[in-house]
Design a protein around this ligand. Structure first.
Ligand SMILES: [Zn+2]
Length: 269
């Protein structure tokens, strides 16, 4: 997602943000990723610039298509990031700061990340106990929780659960030790493999299809993510989807390959 080269790409009434944007403009940078840590939201721009916001009680981020009507009044707007297609608007965020990776490290009130899954020294025991510390969390949510372990995004959480045959809405408390080992091993394998893939094509977990030409459909390279209503590549059952967690992120699964929780109509209980 590249920010507009010209015109207003960052609009803010936080004076400090505006002055940093003047010195080191965000225009033309790429939004590389967005990460949430409890009530903090971090937007990583290319070139080592990170926008950190805190929601406190009333703050929120909304995503709109360009020109779409906002659901909250403009007077509550604190920051707007504009790309060619979308506007990301932060309403009533009391804290908004620009950081570099270094200055972010020194930020004491920001919750620390769990171990980085891509590091060769990834401590599997520690990740397992951090996972076990969230017994009441649904598995796919726990995989997304960057304080448990850092690096798993929304696409991979569904792919990892599928690879291990684990229903994404099961609770962490009910996972067996071998299922936890599977989740951690698969996460490392899938994420490491994708570091080497060209980032323009997006993630790949399924490569059973013909890859003689460039495939643009994201769902063509994955087992379940983005494949709602299409048939499971392993068993032919229809892939299901549902929003999950406080942030209502889309989760995909196969009720046949990941059994145990679905009612006959395919909805998680
Ligand atoms: Zn299946």
């Amino acid at each position: 997602m590249r920010l507009q080269e010209k015109g207003y790409c960052l609009e803010t009434n936080h004076a400090k943000l505006a002055s940093i944007d003047d010195q080191s403009p965000v225009a033309g940078r790429i939004v590389e990723r967005v990460e949430s840590r409890v009530k903090w939201l971090l937007v990583y721009f290319s070139g080592d610039l990170i926008l950190l916001t805190h929601m406190l009680m009333h703050g929120s981020w909304h995503i709109y298509r360009r020109g779409e009507r906002w659901q909250l009044p403009r007077s509550q707007m604190r920051v707007v990031i504009t790309t060619e297609r979308i506007e990301a608007v932060a309403f009533e965020v009391p804290v908004a700061q620009f950081h570099t990776a270094r200055s972010l490290e020194r930020h004491t009130s920001l919750p620390k990340l769990g171990p980085d899954i891509l590091k060769p020294s990834f401590p599997e025991n520690e990740a397992e106990s951090r996972l076990r510390a969230h017994p009441d969390e649904e598995v796919a949510n726990a995989l997304l929780n960057q304080q448990v372990m850092a690096g798993i995004g929304n696409v991979f959480k569904s792919e990892i659960c599928f690879a291990c045959g684990i229903h994404p809405f099961r609770l962490v408390a009910n996972l067996t030790p071998s299922e936890i080992t599977c989740l951690l091993d698969t996460a490392r394998k899938q994420l490491s493999a994708n570091v080497l893939e060209s980032s323009t094509e997006g993630p790949v977990t399924y490569s059973g299809g013909r890859r003689t030409h460039r495939i643009l459909d994201a769902g063509a390279r994955l087992w379940v993510y983005g494949r709602s209503g299409r048939t499971c590549r392993r068993c032919g059952t229809g892939i299901l989807t549902r929003k999950q967690g406080a942030q209502a992120r889309s989760t995909y699964w196969c009720s046949e390959c990941q059994p145990g929780l679905d009612e006959p109509d395919g909805q998680p209980l």
